[in-house]
Design a protein around this ligand. Structure first.
Ligand SMILES: Cc1ncc(COP(=O)(O)O)c(C=O)c1O
Length: 296
């Protein structure tokens, strides 16, 4: 079940998480999107109350922190992605973190074709990371801290300029997010303040100014594979028609829909540039705002 944010503040609410929990809920899975920490105090409190494990998706949040603790170390399990676009990458691959030996042993076994200490312990896949990838990842640690500082410094500078432009709303962070991994720099684009210039045209204008940007993800809860999974033979066997109908009826996230319609993203590598590069980005947005009427 997906949990939507508040439509005004785009923050998560404990009551909304609790309303989504059913007897079939097996865990809570916060996603630290773009490298910005999810509200871990609220999520961990609800998890404790309902005795649910927490799996942190820190795929985009290398070096991100919640109240000075590294993301991926607050829940029962945490995971990172090392896929090609990520701040730390080996083309493909990832890592799972946990303090629970039993969970880690299960994960190690699963990615090793289900092998255990004595034969096959479970069903599994071959997801083994090679030593070659390990070497590529380890060597990147020499520069990762400096790059992270650079991304944070540039993002703060960019925010100070962009927030002055009417209709541009840089993503806010929770107070507890003491460090943002900045896999993405995200802001909301209000077309009304740009003479009604649609976001797609804004993105094109940015490209024409030499600034690559995107509109980010589409709403995950509306993807066809979710619908197909819900109606699959396997799910039909496990879940009653009432259960599946109830899930379908509750599967609405209007605040997230709005975010997906208004979002503009820059990728992390753009934050590795110089201070002047951030000024050029802001200048491009200002220029589009100035000529939005003609562009529209
Ligand atoms: C938030 C998030 N979760 C999960 C994944 C999946 O990671 P991977 O591609 O390494 O399987 C990604 C990236 O691809 C991601 O960005």
């Amino acid at each position: 079940m997906f949990v939507d944010t508040d439509p005004e503040t785009f923050q998560i609410d404990a009551r909304k998480i609790e309303a989504a929990i059913t007897p079939r809920t097996r865990c809570l899975l916060p996603v630290h999107l773009g490298g910005s920490a999810a509200d871990m105090d609220t999520i961990l409190e609800v998890a404790r109350k309902h005795r649910l494990p927490v799996i942190e998706d820190a795929a985009q949040a290398h070096f991100g922190e919640w109240k000075k603790r590294k993301l991926s170390t607050l829940g029962d399990l945490g995971c990172f992605s090392f896929q090609a676009s990520k701040n730390l990458n080996s083309g493909e691959g990832g890592a799972i973190l946990s303090n629970d030996d039993r969970l880690i042993e299960a994960c190690v076994s699963f990615q090793n074709q289900g092998r255990g200490t004595a034969g096959y312990a479970r069903n599994g896949l071959n997801l083994r990371l090679t030593e070659f990838q390990g070497a590529i990842l380890t060597s990147q640690f020499e520069r990762l801290e400096a790059q992270s500082v650079s991304r944070e410094t540039n993002a703060a500078y960019l925010t100070s300029m962009l927030r002055e432009i009417p209709g541009i709303h840089p993503a806010r962070m929770y107070d507890g997010c003491t460090r943002n991994g900045y896999h993405l720099y995200m802001f909301r684009y209000d077309a009304k303040q740009f003479s009604g210039l649609p976001r797609a045209r804004f993105l094109e204008a940015m490209k024409a100014e030499g600034i690559p940007s995107s509109g980010g993800y589409r709403p995950l809860n509306k993807e066809k594979f979710i619908h197909d999974t819900l109606n699959s033979r396997g799910y039909q066997r496990i879940y009653s028609p009432e259960d599946r109908r109830a899930w379908h009826e509750r599967n609405h996230c209007p605040a997230n829909d709005r975010l997906c319609e208004e979002a503009v993203w820059f990728t992390q590598n753009m934050l590795l540039g110089k201070r002047e590069d951030m000024e050029q980005i802001a200048e491009a947005v200002r220029k589009i705002e100035k000529h939005a009427g003609a562009l529209a």
